[in-house]
Design a binder for this molecule. Structure first.
Ligand code: ADP
Ligand code: MG
Length: 284
């Protein structure tokens, strides 16, 4: 396949939006597959108790499977939970099991409750280097549709946040709350965190509404918004039931090509400098 540039060091990207159904998991899985198909080493962390990313990547995630839960709650090493995805040889996943649904509560009483995922990821990346293994180029963290401790852990591990925005009415609603949360994390827990990337998902250019929403998002986030937007595509929604990304499920589909193009854009931009994030108060 085509080659994308390797980042100088591991890029850790958290895919977040507290709204459900906007394409977080779909974006995590297919961006990861796009980067891995181009020869990069990619690790997906499924940080959502629903385990949709684990399903879509075809990895085992029955109750009791070593997962993000053991890493967060028991302090297990990340390496004990990493599985290779059947889809692509340089794509790995730390699955989520149903156990993770209890973690949000269990974490509250644990020490370093906000930084447990970061510690595990840092240790894992160092361990690979010490073992003489190739570095991981990208870590993508999928988040649940909430701003609780699981998402906080994902914001503390990440340097970059990617926000998928569905092109529909109310698209920007809730965005200012998300950006405020990111600013709080930045001030108190992770000074390097910034919104590097916005991706328009489920875009239907035939509707005026989608065009208006896309224009509004680009106006607010001219630097962050990728040129590529992801169209609505049946192939994208079918792929997870085959335990595959759309990129291997139907490589020539419009959905696969769009996610590959988005992955290329992310890789070509390299690690961006933190950008000032405009306020979206009063938007939408
Ligand atoms: P989230 O993780 O934000 O809750 P998902 O990625 O699970 O959102 O997407 C929600 C639903 O929309 C899923 O059923 C998914 O298959 C579908 N979907 C996501 N992106 C597309 C797309 N571009 N075209 C068609 N269906 C999509
Ligand atoms: Mg999801």
């Amino acid at each position: 396949g085509r080659r994308f540039p390797r980042p100088g060091s591991t890029r850790i990207i958290t895919i977040a939006n507290q709204k459900g159904g906007v394409g977080k998991t779909t974006t995590t899985v297919n961006l990861a597959a796009g980067l891995a198909q181009a020869g990069l080493n990619v690790l997906v962390i499924d940080n959502d108790p629903q385990g949709n990313a684990s399903t879509a990547l075809g990895v085992e995630h029955r109750a009791g499977t070593p997962s993000v839960y053991e890493v967060l709650v028991d302090g297990a090493p990340l390496s004990s939970a990493v599985q290779q995805c059947p889809d692509l040889p340089t794509l790995w996943c730390v699955p989520a099991t149903i156990d993770l649904s209890g973690a949000e509560i269990e974490l509250v009483s644990l020490v370093s409750r906000e930084t447990r995922l970061r510690k595990a990821v840092d240790d894992f990346l160092e361990e690979r280097i010490a073992q003489g293994l190739e570095p991981i180029d990208y870590v993508l963290v999928d988040c649940p549709p909430s701003l609780g401790l699981l998402t906080v852990n994902a914001f503390v591990v990440g340097r970059e946040v990617l926000i998928p925005i569905q092109c529909e009415y109310y698209a920007l609603e809730g965005l200012s709350q998300l950006l405020k949360t990111i600013e709080l994390i930045k001030a108190h827990l992770n000074p390097r965190l910034h919104v590097s990337t916005i991706l328009l998902t489920m875009y239907d250019g035939r509707t005026n509404l989608a065009q208006q929403v896309a224009a509004e998002v680009r106006e607010h986030f001219p630097e962050q918004t990728l040129k590529t937007s992801i169209p609505r595509s049946v192939r994208i929604s079918e792929a997870p039931s085959h335990g595959q990304s759309v990129i291997t499920y139907d490589p020539s589909s419009t959905g696969a090509l769009a996610y590959l193009e988005a992955a290329r854009e992310v890789a070509d931009r390299g690690r961006p400098e933190p950008l000032p994030v405009p306020s979206v108060d009063g938007a939408s």
